[in-house]
Design a protein around this ligand. Structure first.
Ligand SMILES: Cc1ncc(COP(=O)(O)O)c(C=O)c1O
Length: 482
């Protein structure tokens, strides 16, 4: 039977009981009370000592096991590990083909993304969904009821472009922490980041035009290029520092490019984050050639270090940067609230938004505006950052322990995604199908390049860590080994 680790009791800092128990054992290991090879208290004993349920201790031990601190030995309990797993190397900077290419990813996206996200019983390591059991939907639904009562029939009306003013005020205020000075009038509310990116592409590209993208890049962007009939120019991208500016400069010298589309902070799937001075250089490089930058900052709030990274928009002097984002990763995707700061393309984007969908869902906009304005968003975001950092750490440790030693693994400083390079012999789509038969969803590398650069890569999502994750990773490792 599976227990839900997110429903356990929490302390004031938002830490679950099983995490508190795990931390205490981890401290005893760090301080040398329990040494490598020592048996730690049995589940029953610890449950009695701490006055917590057996299930809580089991979850705590699973977490310590995932962190590589302890190991289970057949029928004799848990022991402190004698050696921590050694780190796997990171993947190299990517080396995609250097010509523009048509994009055709619909079939593989239809097979993978649309199919397995509807299946409720899979262990979900696939789709890049945030963890919606961390509290956001509950809080937002409560606010929605109260907003609807207060606004009466007006809540049923269109909130025409540019959308909910109180929300645009909050977005402009929060932009200060990413280096941007914005007015609420600079912002248009959209129905998610996907809509923002599509509007931007339509504003500056015509069918057949070329867009420079990171390689690998999320399939949401590839689908947009596919549907709009645009060519992709894949640019080498470093797993930690993001798109290579030298490679981009070279590409721009040799090809006519209509726009550049970049996830500057915690790219999906790499988790790469461009250093702020690279962002300034990127903006300058494109501005010198009058090429618009479509910047996707959807993961920017989920940073593990103290300071939020800036956005490239912070260095925009010519209005050429179109900043796109949403609350889909930081709160939840189902409310469908995003935004775009279109710079000099404001008139075009405003018109495109109007003719595409008139407005975004009024109730969602107002509920999120109130959640942010009430001061509840910041503590929530602080808590999920810590949670995702722990889950990314636990998932990384498990991959190091269970997967073949020739694998490579990213070390993201934010977000909740890991990109794993598997041995050459592995075909990730075949692995995906076998994993699905075993009840596990992963995302095969085929979805991240229009030219199949990542046949032997998979993306894993750590956000929905549960007590089913470790057994699933063991199964996955066995499938890789077969
Ligand atoms: C990089 C990136 N951009 C955009 C999206 C979609 O965002 P939204 O739900 O706001 O449309 C995703 C979702 O996985 C994503 O990973």
């Amino acid at each position: 039977m599976s227990t839900d680790p997110y429903n356990g009791r929490m302390d004031a800092a938002g830490t679950h009981k099983y995490e508190q128990v795990a931390s205490e054992i981890a401290r005893l290991i760090d301080s040398g009370t329990f040494r490598p090879g020592d048996a730690i208290p049995s589940v029953r004993e610890l449950s009695r000592q701490h006055g917590v349920s057996i299930a809580t201790v089991v979850q705590a031990y699973y977490l310590l096991e995932a962190q590589g601190l302890i190991e289970a030995r057949d029928r004799s309990g848990f022991y402190v590990r004698t050696a921590r797993p050694s780190a796997l190397p990171e993947p190299d900077i990517s080396a995609p083909r250097s010509d523009p290419t048509g994009v055709s990813v619909r079939d593989v996206v239809a097979e993978v993304s649309l199919a397995d996200t509807r299946h409720p019983n899979l262990v979900q390591l696939g789709a890049a969904h945030p963890n919606t059991s961390l509290g956001a939907p509950t809080a937002l639904t409560r606010i929605q009821a109260s907003v609807a009562r207060r606004m009466g029939h007006r809540i049923g009306m269109y909130d025409y472009v540019p959308g909910c003013e109180p929300l645009r005020v909050q977005i402009a205020q929060r932009a200060l922490s990413s280096g941007c000075r914005l007015s609420p009038d600079d912002v248009i509310i959209t129905t998610g980041c996907t809509e923002s990116i599509n509007l931007c592409l339509r504003a500056v590209c015509r069918p057949g035009d070329t867009v420079a993208i990171e390689s690998p890049t999320g399939f949401d962007a590839l689908l947009s290029l596919d549907v709009l009939g645009l060519q992709a120019l894949e640019i080498p991208t470093h797993p930690r520092d993001g798109i290579s500016l030298d490679a981009l400069r070279f590409a721009l010298d040799h090809h006519r490019v209509s726009a550049c589309l970049v996830v500057t902070n915690y790219n999906n799937p790499l988790g790469s984050c461009m250093p702020d001075d690279h962002k300034r250089d990127l903006v300058d490089l494109l501005a010198a050639r009058d090429i618009p930058l479509i910047e996707n900052d959807i993961f920017g709030e989920i940073h593990f270090q103290d300071r939020r990274p800036n956005v490239a928009k912070a260095y925009d002097r010519k209005g050429l940067v179109m900043l796109c984002s949403s609350f889909s990763k930081s709160l939840c995707p189902g409310f469908r609230v995003g935004w775009v700061v279109p710079g000099r393309f404001m008139p075009a984007i405003r018109w495109l938004k109007y003719t595409t969908s008139l407005a975004s869902p009024t109730l969602s906009e107002y509920a999120i505006a109130e959640f942010v304005a009430s001061g509840s968003y910041d503590p929530y975001i602080r808590r999920i950052r810590r949670t995702y950092e722990r889950y990314v750490g636990a998932l990384s440790d498990a991959v190091r322990r269970f997967f073949p030693p020739e694998c490579r693994l990213t070390r993201p400083g934010g977000g909740f995604l890991l990109w794993v390079q598997l041995p050459e012999r592995i075909d990730s789509l075949d692995l995906y199908r076998r994993a699905l038969s075993a009840g596990i969803a992963i995302t095969p590398g085929y979805l991240f390049s229009p030219t199949n650069q990542y046949r032997n890569f998979i993306r894993l999502n750590a956000a929905n860590w549960s007590d089913e994750t470790l057994p699933a990773l063991r199964t996955l490792a066995a499938l890789i080994g077969q």
